[in-house]
Ligand binder design. Sequence first.
Ligand SMILES: Nc1ncnc2c1ncn2[C@@H]1O[C@H](COP(=O)(O)OP(=O)(O)OP(=O)(O)O)[C@@H](O)[C@H]1O
Length: 397
Amino acid sequence: MAEIDKDTVVAALKTVRVEQLGTDIVSAGWVKDPVVSGDRVTFAIEVPPELGPQLEPVRAEAQRTVEALDGVAHVTAVLTAGRAAGSAPTPPPPQQRPQAGGHGHSHGHSHGPGPGMMGHGGGTGRLDLPNIKHIVAVASGKGGVGKSTTAANIALALARLGLKVGLFDADIYGPSVPRVMGLAGRKPTARGDRIVPLRNHDVTVMSIGFMVEEDSPVVWRGPMVVGALEQLLRDVDWGELDVMIVDMPPGTGDTQLTMSQRVPLSGAVIVSTPQDIALLDARKGLFMFRKVEVPVLGIIENMSYYQCPSCGHREEVFGHGGARKTAAELDAPFLGEIPLDLKIREATDAGRPIVVAEPDGPHAKAYLDIAKSIWSSISGETPDAQPAKKKPKFWFR
Ligand SMILES: Nc1ncnc2c1ncn2[C@@H]1O[C@H](COP(=O)(O)OP(=O)(O)OP(=O)(O)O)[C@@H](O)[C@H]1O
C-alpha cells in the first residue's frame, strides 16, 4: 500500500465543496491540522456555529473522500463548531454553555452516535472496555466549579498510590485537561488503527481538546457529543488501566445521562462549590447518576473556604460546609473539602496541578485522602501513597 502524506489528504479535501460558501472546506479554512500516522488520518472540520447542524453531509463526504485514498485504512473526521468567522473571541461563560440536552428533544442512546460523527459503533449497550478495571466520572451540576482541576488532581493522586491511571477529558464544551495536564498544543499520534494517547505526570491522557483549538467553543448536538466521546474511548489505546477518571461535561442534560449509561462507570464523584445554587445543581447530578444506577462515591466541596496565603487566616467566603450537609441529607459520602487557594489555580493553570507541584503540601494530602477513599470504595483495597518523586517525571511520546 502507498504511504499517505498530509498534502495528499489536504489536496483530496479540497474537492469537498460547501454549497453555502461556494468554495471547498480547505479554502474556507475549516480543516484543522490533519494528523496522518501510518494508514490512519484524523482531522477536525471546524465550522461556524450557525452552520454546524447542516454540515453533517459535508463531514461525511470529507470522510469518504479521505477513506477512498490509497494507503488510508482509518479515518476520524470530527465536525466541530468554532466561533463564527470575524466574530469576537468570546467564549460563553461556563454557566451559559450550550447544554447538549437543551434542544427540546431527547437524544436517547438507542440512536447510537447520531449524525455528525464518524458513525461506526454506537448502540444501546454499555461500551466494552476490558482493559480498564474501573471508570470513575467526575461531574458537576454546572460549569466553573473546578471540576477539571479536581479530576486532574484526583487522577494524579491515584497515580501516587501506585495505580495505572488514565484521565479522559469528556468535557467537550471546554476541554481544559490538555492545559491542566501540561499538554496544551500537543497532538496524539496513531499506531496501527489505534490513537496513542499522551502521557504526563505518570497519567495517560486523552481529550477532544487535542483535536480542536481550546478557545473555540464547541457547539455540538447531543448525539454528536456522545458519538465523539464513544469513539475516543474505543479507538484510543489506553493500555491496561487500574482506573480511568472521566472529566464529564458540566450539567445534567441528556448528553451526561447518555454517557453515564453508555460508559461502564464504577461510580461518580460530584464536585460542588459551597453556594446554594451550585448545591442545587449538585443534587441534580447526584440524582442523575442514581437514576442510571451508577453509585455516587461522594461529594467534594471545592473552593470551600479561602485561606490567606500569608497569615493562614481562614475566610468562609460562601458559608462553607454546604456540601457536607447536602451529602448527609442525600445519604452520600462526603469525600473532602479543597480550599480556594491561589496556589491551586496557579499550579493548575501552569499545567502542573498542585499534587505534582507541591506533592508534600496540605492540598496534595487532601487530594490523596480523596483518592484513597475513591479507590477503596471501588476496589475494596486500602492503598498506600508512594513517596513523592523528587523530580517529576515527564514522559512525552
Ligand atoms: N480550589 C481552587 N482554588 C483556586 N482556584 C481553583 C480551585 N479549583 C479550581 N480553580 C480554578 O478555577 C478555574 C476553573 O476551574 P476548572 O477549569 O477546573 O473548572 P471546571 O468546573 O472544570 O470548569 P468547566 O468545566 O466549566 O471548564 C481554573 O482557573 C482553576 O485553576
